[in-house]
Design a protein around this ligand. Structure first.
Ligand code: NAD
Ligand code: DAU
Length: 357
């Protein structure tokens, strides 16, 4: 891994991964290609351990010539592909951009990698790898008694977001089968931690609770997600790109499956402890049940035996310790939160799409 192209490195998981990779691989050069959509910010990358080994390129993964130039100039041997539209709610309000970025963007990246690593094989660097970062949502929804998703579970996506990610997974596998492109895929459950844009459940609840605003739970709040602290996800990806078998898929998850209501109550409990004199105490009084998300998947759970047995990875953080770290980070980074929300026009987006709140 001399020259690593990270796509979407200005987003939540990507920026945490770049920091993680810099710490693990002092020799690697990292090129971050990011379009700086509402979800990406250079504010996420101001504290890199080795800025001299990092290059930022503002650009779109749908643009062949931009990616081609990066491969040419930097002799890319590894791609770690995060760039995507990632928010299920936004995919319901406007699916078009999800098709473009998640499907056409992944296809374009694959085409450039195929050109440089397969068609011009004799000039290609050694030990190339295209790692695709995907989601558990491709498997659809579980009933309460169903066993957790395995790597062999059939795809059954429900939302435009998960359908677009499923499509990109299929393309990545097709490039391996058809052209021999060296690929790996991880399908991961819900991440939380520092630098997550406040549209997602956990940062949204922390932000609203500290401001005394309602905590909107969709439907009955009994939906279940499998929560993973973002640094654990970064470590899992690192394990796969360094030790994972080419052509393989690995499930990644946190072995933590609270209902949405339970997780929000945990956040409220920790905030009650931190702010016993807050006018919002007890913070759980802010919980408000709102109209459900259309097509809302009921339950996700990941079977992580394969990555554990084959590569020795397992999550380090418990939900309690991870939530405390996350809450501390948001409380200490209020100016980051205001800046990214303002730059992204988040308030306006909410008003346009959720007039009822
Ligand atoms: P994010 O929305 O926080 O960040 C996405 C990044 O991609 C942003 O920096 C954005 O600017 C960039 N981007 C978007 N469109 C682009 C384009 N056309 N060209 C270049 N860059 C573009 O997302 P995230 O939560 O960090 O997720 C990263 C990846 O991990 C996604 O592929 C997502 O599907 C996957 N994933 C996320 C989770 C999760 O819980 N967040 C879980 C499993 C998998
Ligand atoms: O499972 C992995 C996926 O997790 C990733 O692939 C996605 O990129 C990521 O956004 C996330 O998707 P979710 O839809 O699960 O995340 P979100 O934070 O939007 O919602 C988590 C749960 O909380 C879900 O059941 C919907 C619910 N929810 C969410 C919001 C924003 C609420 O009840 N109220 C809310 O306001």
């Amino acid at each position: 891994m001399d020259n690593v192209l990270v796509t979407g490195g200005a987003g939540f998981i990507g920026c945490n991964f770049i920091r993680y990779l810099q710490e693990q691989c002092p020799q690697s050069k990292i090129i971050n290609l990011d379009a700086l959509t509402y979800a990406g910010s250079t504010e996420n990358l101001t504290d890199l351990p080795s800025p001299e080994r990092y290059t930022f390129v503002e650009g779109d993964i749908c643009q062949y010539s931009t990616i081609e130039k990066i491969f040419q100039e930097h002799k890319i041997d590894t791609v770690v592909h995060f760039a995507a539209e990632s928010h299920v709610d936004r995919s319901i309000h406007g699916p078009g951009q999800f098709i473009q970025t998640n499907i056409v963007g992944t296809f374009t990246l694959l085409e450039v990698a195929r050109h440089f690593w397969i068609t011009k094989k004799e000039e290609a660097p050694q030990n190339t790898r295209f790692h695709h970062v995907s989601t558990d949502e491709v498997f659809g929804s579980l009933e309460p008694e169903d066993p957790a998703f395995q790597e062999t579970t059939s795809y059954d996506p429900s939302s435009p977001y998960s359908a677009s990610k499923a499509s990109s997974d299929h393309l990545v596998r097709a490039y391996s089968h058809t052209y021999g492109l060296p690929i790996t895929i991880t399908n991961c459950s819900n991440n939380y931690g520092p630098n997550q844009f406040p549209e997602k459940l956990i940062p949204l609840m922390i932000m609203n609770a500290t401001q005394g605003k309602p905590l909107p739970l969709y439907g009955d709040g009994q939906q279940v997600r499998d929560w993973l602290y973002v640094e654990d996800h970064c470590e899992a990806i690192f394990c796969v790109i360094t030790k994972g078998k080419l052509g393989e898929t690995y499930n990644v998850g946190g072995d933590n499956q609270p209902s949405n209501r339970e997780i929000v109550q945990s956040i409220c409990r920790i905030l009650d402890e931190y702010f016993p004199n807050s006018p919002s105490h007890p913070h759980k009084s802010l919980i408000t049940f709102v109209k459900d998300r259309p097509g809302h998947d009921r339950r996700y759970a990941m079977n992580i035996d394969k990555i554990h047995q084959d590569l020795g990875w397992q999550p380090r953080e418990s939900l309690e310790s991870g939530l405390r770290k996350t809450i501390d980070w948001y409380l200490n980074n209020g100016s980051w939160l205001s800046k990214v929300s303002q730059d992204a026009g988040y308030e306006q987006w909410l008003q346009k799409n959720y007039k009822e709140r």
